[in-house]
Design a protein around this ligand. Sequence first.
Ligand SMILES: *[C@@H]1O[C@H](CO)[C@@H](O)[C@H](O)[C@H]1NC(C)=O
Ligand SMILES: *[C@@H]1O[C@H](CO)[C@@H](O)[C@H](O)[C@H]1NC(C)=O
Ligand SMILES: *[C@@H]1O[C@H](CO)[C@@H](O)[C@H](O)[C@H]1NC(C)=O
Ligand SMILES: *[C@@H]1O[C@H](CO)[C@@H](O)[C@H](O)[C@H]1NC(C)=O
Ligand SMILES: [Zn+2]
Length: 621
Amino acid sequence: MRRETEMSSVLMGLLCLVPALAQSQVDINAATMQNIYSNLDARISPCNNFWAYACGNWSFNYVDNFALAEETYANEMLRVLRDNRLIQRGTAPRLYNNMFDYFTACAKNQTEELQLPHELTFYYFEWIRAMARLRKYGLNGVFFEETADVAYNDSLRFVVQLKMPAAQSNYMPILLFKPEIQQLERDLRALYEKYRRNEPLLQSWTLGRLKQEIPQIDWQIYFRELLEVEPSDTELRVEVSDVEYLRALGELLRRCNKTSLELYLRVQFANFAREVNPSSGHAPRVHSCIHHMRALLPLGMNYIYDRYIYRTRSQDTGQLQTIFDSLRGMFGKYLDWNRLQLSPQQIQYLHAKLAVMQLKLGNLPDATTTEDFFDSHYASARFSRSEFQQNLWQALRLRTRLQHAPLLQPGATLQLNHYYVNDDLFRARNAPYFEHERNTLTVPLIFLQWPFYDHRQHSIFQHSLMGFILAHELSHAFEQDGILFDFAGNESPLGMHIRQNSKFENALQCVLQTPTKSLRERLADLNGLQLAYDTFFGMGHDSQRFEYQPYAFEKEFPAPQLFHLNFAQFFCGRLPPAIGHDMDDVRVNEAEKNLHQFSIDFRCRHQSPLSSCEMWRPASI
Ligand SMILES: *[C@@H]1O[C@H](CO)[C@@H](O)[C@H](O)[C@H]1NC(C)=O
Ligand SMILES: *[C@@H]1O[C@H](CO)[C@@H](O)[C@H](O)[C@H]1NC(C)=O
Ligand SMILES: *[C@@H]1O[C@H](CO)[C@@H](O)[C@H](O)[C@H]1NC(C)=O
Ligand SMILES: *[C@@H]1O[C@H](CO)[C@@H](O)[C@H](O)[C@H]1NC(C)=O
Ligand SMILES: [Zn+2]
């Protein structure tokens, strides 16, 4: 779902407002309605600007609901991580001990400016060796990106992926760089511009082949330093995009002044250290520590939250699975209707993908996992209770080592029931996400809280917010990128054929009539809202033909209006700048504009059914 926000600076004083709900006797539906009413700006017409109508009166001391969820989460975790009795009493004592030590040092040993780890002082500077060392500490995407991941055509097999750094939408002005490195930065940008392709060709090679194909870079040194063993030419497999770029990069850096190059890497690492250091930001130190640990030590944090705080796993699992299954059922009907007129084989491909799609609550290994697995996950860590900076460097190195460890076991395949993480996040995910390689939708535990979701809520609230979120994620499996992956998470020519289908392309063009920062996200919003709506009200539902009895907890809004209003609650807030997708008001308004029934539900004078872009949903009858 990709929607992250910054913690608000001023929110701490007033947090008693809502989190107390968990223990209180307040009726959860009444509380949800109260929220909806307090966000509502009745002066605005829902037909003109639905977001402004549903969210215009947002007056919480939080940026948005995510800030509220982060706060509640942090307060709960603080209770547990400050309780050192759990070291003896708890399960997985070693894991708990590690987390306790890390937290304790983080909370009390704040470091404004991090010192470079000793290992990063170079007596003889070689850029490729330096890069590998910095990578061990988590720095990625300087010169090129390196990731331990799974193969494009075999989602159980580990490979190293190499590609050029991701496109930066807003580069820092060159003049802000130190004079000695301005030229290098200019040269790099020229390379990016020259070699960036929309769909770069992917090469699947062994290390030996990589060395032949791109001799401008000493890959043997790079991988020996990174993996801390001599890498095998035949067993280490790599997937390389942007081959021409990497060759040109090797040439450029070989010619480059070593002093400038070293300075350049130092500056990059200093920026990285600032970003990863939890002291940056406005939230209280202890809260920053919690969210920092959630990003850096996710298994430990998830385990502790699940074990000591999360109390409604069984109810939530059952309910979410039911909602998810009903969404899949409706999407299956869409497929049978076959709006895009795909071939039977193509429809079968999509059905197969839908059928085995998984839903996971929290990124944790499956229930059969022993305490021992958890206890040994961070076993090599020796965190101190007083020196935060040492811990931070250790944790970063540990993460890189865990990500790369499977590459050292030739023939090892991914264990789907085990925990794995291959991202380099500094801020943990709050919102649900879909992983194409695993055909799996994960809901982070932090998201399983009111006001996003509560198992006691009426199903109209659950379907309109969590249902929409799950439908949005499910839709990612069928957008222009997701569709390339088959049921097992392997890229498939069948998926490519569907994407090249002219009806599929027309549906994308329709959506692009209104410009968007991310076509993928736009598609997931539009298709997700349509799917969630149909799943709750039934396909072909028409508000004009039915009288709706208001619910016991709500006298004013008929059911369809309530559905739209609660959907919008997910997006209510102070409109923080969006990263990677459109602003929240645009997202809400675009999704509703494309839902045929919306204007009927709100009795808008101007109905715009013909402008709506529908991709999978049967054409309105
Ligand atoms: C906004 O909310 C306040 C209460 O927080 C309420 O008094 C006011 O009437 C609301 N404004 C509108 C326009 O709905
Ligand atoms: C805490 O961190 C500082 C660096 O900011 C360091 O000088 C100090 O020795 C550390 N340890 C303790 C126990 O305060
Ligand atoms: C490299 O650059 C530094 C300053 O950026 C300069 O002092 C040095 O002479 C340069 N070295 C070479 C070999 O050009
Ligand atoms: C995946 O691609 C590589 C390289 O193109 C090839 O050697 C391998 O056999 C393929 N694996 C599968 C399972 O198709
Ligand atoms: Zn999304």
